[in-house]
Design a protein around this ligand. Structure first.
Ligand code: AMP
Ligand code: MN
Ligand code: MN
Length: 323
């Protein structure tokens, strides 16, 4: 039977120790959802531990109560229930995965269409544009009081994953959630300033480089940008700095898909792909490279050199655009 919000409440009802975590290279949906859910569980009297592989990175210090998210220990921990949020496949939990003792029941709450249902209970709603929206609707369902801190985390989660309420999937439910969250105490202007107008100078230097070196293929329908390890070293950029750079490529007229290739130390390349039109499914392309995500925003980690991965991926993307 497909689980509903009552199933989630039931799974958590008798749990005393609860772990909560989200995916590696977290975005505000991952961390904001983790924090909001952890805060609610604490209100319910649970003993809660919140993890992310990177802990709470400086970029997200604007999220209220961000300090409750810590890096996972190396030894496995036992929980009555472990909640995975915004995580499509188990290995996207990164090192958090090793901190969960085998046999721990996993509650998987997510909005990725590519979710592999790795939990014991899987609540997956691909119609929600953010995990934060699912949690908001769950809190409403159970009649939870949403504190200003919870509301701000959920608003940040929804705002980022919808590209500031612009992407496909942003619907009446989304604006209704945002409206309710504002009524619960979100300071939209202060939060937006922290999220969108407080970029570190390092990121600006990366953007400058990206704009200078962007390439356009397939008659300008595909825009790409690559980041080599050499450049990371030179510009002293952190992994968190490159989120959103790709949006500048997609914003160009005539561009139908944008791809960002990032060389990783382990002989892998991180691919981040975005589509401008629903008919171009970048998740389908990323799945061919063992990745996943959403139809219009997806990613993969691929073995190989920057040049090779770029060539293989662009070929597959070109096929998707033409068909
Ligand atoms: P990103 O391009 O990293 O912002 O990711 C875009 C979307 O694709 C997010 O929803 C990610 O969860 C998903 N995604 C990114 N990389 C992977 C991967 N290696 N495997 C599965 N899903 C991914
Ligand atoms: Mn995410
Ligand atoms: Mn998300």
């Amino acid at each position: 039977m497909k689980p509903n919000f009552d199933t989630i409440a039931e799974v958590l009802r008798n749990a005393h120790t609860v772990g909560v975590a989200s995916h590696i290279r977290p975005d505000a949906d991952a961390l904001g959802s983790t924090i909001a859910f952890a805060l609610w569980l604490r209100e319910c009297g649970k003993e809660v531990t919140a993890y992310n592989e990177e802990g709470s990175t400086s970029k997200f210090h604007y999220l209220p109560c961000h300090e409750i998210v810590v890096m996972p220990p190396s030894a496995p921990q036992t929980f009555d229930v472990f909640v995975a949020l915004d995580t499509s496949v188990k290995n996207r939990l990164g090192s958090v995965h090793e901190a969960i003792a085998p046999g721990t029941p996993i509650l998987n709450i997510d909005h990725h269409i590519s979710n592999e249902n790795f939990g014991d209970v899987n609540y997956i709603d691909p119609s929600a544009p953010a995990t934060g929206q699912i949690l908001f609707e769950f809190f409403q369902h159970v009649g939870a009081r949403i504190s200003p801190e919870m509301a701000t985390n959920l608003f940040a989660a929804i705002s980022t994953d919808t590209g500031s309420f612009q992407y496909a999937g942003t619907n009446e439910r989304t604006f209704s959630a945002a409206g309710h969250l504002i009524a619960c105490g979100v300071d939209v202007s202060a939060l937006s300033r922290a999220m969108y107008d407080s970029q570190p100078r390092r990121r600006f230097e990366l953007l400058r480089h990206a704009l200078n070196s962007a390439e356009f293929d397939d008659d300008g329908r595909i825009a790409t940008f690559s980041l080599s390890l050499e450049l990371v070293e030179k510009l002293k950029v952190l992994p968190e700095d490159n989120e959103g750079i790709i949006d500048h490529l997609r914003s160009v007229e005539g561009v139908e898909a944008a791809v960002f290739f990032e060389e990783l130390p382990e002989g892998k390349v991180r691919v981040s792909a975005r589509s401008k039109f629903p008919r171009i499914d970048v998740c389908k392309v990323c799945k061919k490279f063992h990745g996943g995500g959403h139809p219009m925003a997806a990613g993969a980690r691929v073995d190989g050199t920057l040049i090779q991965v770029k060539s293989d991926f662009l070929k597959a993307l070109s096929d998707e655009i033409r068909n």
